[in-house]
Design a protein around this ligand. Structure first.
Ligand SMILES: [Zn+2]
Length: 177
């Protein structure tokens, strides 16, 4: 077990060596990443994100569920409240799925998954829970349907391979609207 005292010690090193004062609440990279909670796929590590660069939403599978859309809606309001710190230019939404995802194990629990996606169990096939390449395409499609992003809003779908450390672009960055 990683104990809390150990984490506090690591934080002291972070605060001394890597902390940067003056970061803004709006991501400096105009970037939102949606990824899985799996400890192997932390977007900050695998995509080399800097502190303050991206808003990262993590859930089981890195999925665009109704809850994810609600979270993004809330973040949009927060961003608007801090419009003065918004970096001009396009916004990039990156959906990051991965191989060997625990979502596959949840295929045995269709009722639980249906509740997660807020759909009927008979519709679960559309969510490709056992295939990260299919699931990332499906979630890009959900974003295209459900987010009024406009021309300055890009979405892309990536799959991270837990056996190689490499990311594959499945859906290249595409403007919404
Ligand atoms: Zn996963």
């Amino acid at each position: 077990m990683t104990d809390t005292g150990n984490l506090i010690s690591r934080n002291a090193v972070f605060a001394r060596d890597r902390f940067r004062a003056g970061l803004r609440i709006n991501p400096s990279g105009n970037l939102t990443v949606v990824g899985c909670v799996d400890p192997r796929v932390d977007p900050s590590h695998v995509l080399g994100l800097s502190l303050g660069e991206a808003a990262v939403i993590r859930n089981v599978g890195g999925r665009i569920t109704p809850a994810t859309l609600r979270t993004m809606g809330m973040l949009g309001k927060v961003g608007q409240a801090h419009q003065d710190s918004r970096v001009p230019g396009d916004w990039n939404l990156v959906i990051l799925h991965h191989t060997d995802c625990g979502m596959t194990d949840l295929a045995a629990f269709p009722e639980m998954l249906a509740e997660y996606f807020e759909i009927a169990p008979v519709e679960l096939d559309t969510k490709s829970v056992s295939d990260p390449f299919g699931s990332v395409r499906a979630d890009v499609d959900v974003v295209k349907q459900d987010i009024p992003g406009g021309p300055g809003f890009l979405v892309s779908g990536l799959v991270y391979d837990v056996s190689s450390g490499l990311v594959e672009t499945v859906v290249p960055a595409t403007p919404l609207g």
